[in-house]
Design a protein around this ligand. Structure first.
Ligand SMILES: NC(=O)c1ccc[n+]([C@@H]2O[C@H](COP(=O)([O-])OP(=O)(O)OC[C@H]3O[C@@H](n4cnc5c(N)ncnc54)[C@H](O)[C@@H]3O)[C@@H](O)[C@H]2O)c1
Length: 384
């Protein structure tokens, strides 16, 4: 891997065909894990960024850490908007004031176990909240593109170890997964009914894409009941973490990998290439890493981590295997993952251990390393 230099540290401008420079971008869910990384990168790309979210749900959280660590503001003045995507009049007001060119819609109740506990909250935020975003966006006179983030869990998973393509049957066993599958069905209906590409530029001016990515890791996630945040919380409290399903495998990928895909999709939609409207899988390079493999590597980076592998009596069903076929993104979008699973885990644990031991925030450093590695691999979005 090449080393970031001081000049490359400043230079995200020019990536993604310079599409985002000066563009007005609304990120929903900017106070969350992925939304904070995306907002930060958009700022470094020269975009004018607004965020619309509920307050951060954990303490500490990546959003507040970024705001406190970087002197320059990541968002526009008064751009840190707090609100609920189920509040249609408030969303209408925000759209009419901000006039975004593009919306990256990430706000959601994003966790599997809390969705079992409160399915109404999950479906109302994930489905009805997304419906509000689509309605307000399509009726606004500024918005040209929506990139809507769903999940790799939208497929009907029969645990046959099949890598799902975008054409596979939607399902979603549990309320969270099914709420995201509902969003996919609604998105297809919107693309048929209101945002049809046959009528693009004739009856409407918006392109809509959905993005399905897997288990995302990286520094700054403290969400409840996710593997790495649970490990970090237990370790900083000198406790042992008990692994829910040690042998389950997941598509672990660094947060910057799917985000590069979202940004690439947004670039295509903003440049009016209607063939990119649709659904897209963004998965990692490898799928054979179990929960146990992940924690063993984390422990090498942070020896204080202690864990037990007694399988807890499971209250709720969670898929044991899940993998995505990303050939569509590879061949049509020219997207590919930059970091392999091992390196993504190493970067993740280094982020937390530097944060706890030295109060260092590696977000910008990781981003710049990622860009350099993408440039070395000559991926389309990174070539300036
Ligand atoms: N993290 C993952 O591994 C992963 C995997 C697949 C898909 N996703 C999807 O990516 C998106 C972002 O996930 P994340 O990991 O950053 O989640 P997160 O829980 O860290 O952040 C969720 C964000 O949504 C906001 N939000 C929740 N309900 C809201 C509401 N009703 N109104 C306004 N804002 C609301 C929160 O305030 C927060 O900013 C979600 O749509 C999630 O379903 C995440």
């Amino acid at each position: 891997m090449s080393k970031p230099t001081s000049s490359s540290l400043q230079n995200s401008v020019g990536l993604f065909g310079n599409t985002y420079f000066g563009k007005k971008v609304l990120v929903t869910g900017h106070t969350g894990f992925k939304g904070s990384w995306l907002s930060f990168w958009l700022n470094r790309l020269g975009a004018k960024v607004w965020g619309y979210s509920l307050n951060p749900q954990s303490k500490p959280n990546h959003w507040d850490i970024l705001k406190n660590s970087f002197n320059d503001s990541i968002l526009e003045k008064d751009g840190d908007i707090r609100g609920d995507i189920r509040n249609l009049p408030h969303l209408q007001k925000v759209f009419s004031e901000v006039k975004p060119d593009i919306v990256f819609h990430l706000a959601a109740q994003a966790l599997v176990l809390p969705a079992y506990e409160d399915p109404i909250e999950t479906y109302s935020s994930n489905l009805m909240g997304t419906l509000n975003i689509y309605e307000v966006a399509r009726k606004s006179d500024s918005c040209k593109a929506i990139v809507s983030i769903t999940s790799d869990k939208v497929y009907q998973n029969d645990e046959l170890n099949k890598a799902f393509t975008e054409k596979d049957t939607l399902g979603g066993y549990d309320p969270y997964s099914s709420s995201k599958a509902c969003v996919e069905i609604m998105s297809t209906s919107y693309r048929n009914s209101f945002l049809n590409i046959e009528q693009y530029k004739l009856k409407h001016n918006i392109l809509l894409a959905t993005a399905r990515a897997g288990n995302v890791i990286g520094g700054g996630d403290w969400a409840a009941q996710r593997l790495i945040p649970d490990i970090i919380r237990a370790t900083t409290n000198s406790e042992k973490v008990s692994l829910r399903s040690p042998s389950s495998t997941r598509p672990w990928q660094h947060v910057l990998d799917p985000i590069s895909g979202y940004l690439q999709l947004g670039q295509k939609l903003l440049s009016e290439q209607s063939e990119y409207s649709g659904s897209w899988n963004f998965g990692p390079k490898e799928y054979n890493w179990s929960v146990l493999d992940v924690i063993k590597l984390l422990k090498l980076g942070w020896p204080k981590i202690e864990y037990s592998t007694e399988v807890n009596p499971k209250l709720f069903h969670e898929a044991k295997t899940l993998s995505l076929n990303c050939e569509k993104a590879h061949s049509l979008l020219g997207w590919k993952p930059i970091w392999n699973t091992k390196y993504s885990i190493e970067k993740t644990i280094a982020w937390y251990s530097d944060f706890y031991s030295e109060k260092k925030v590696n977000t910008e450093k990781d981003l710049q390393q990622f860009i350099l590695d993408a440039q070395e691999q000559r991926v389309e979005w990174a070539v300036t």
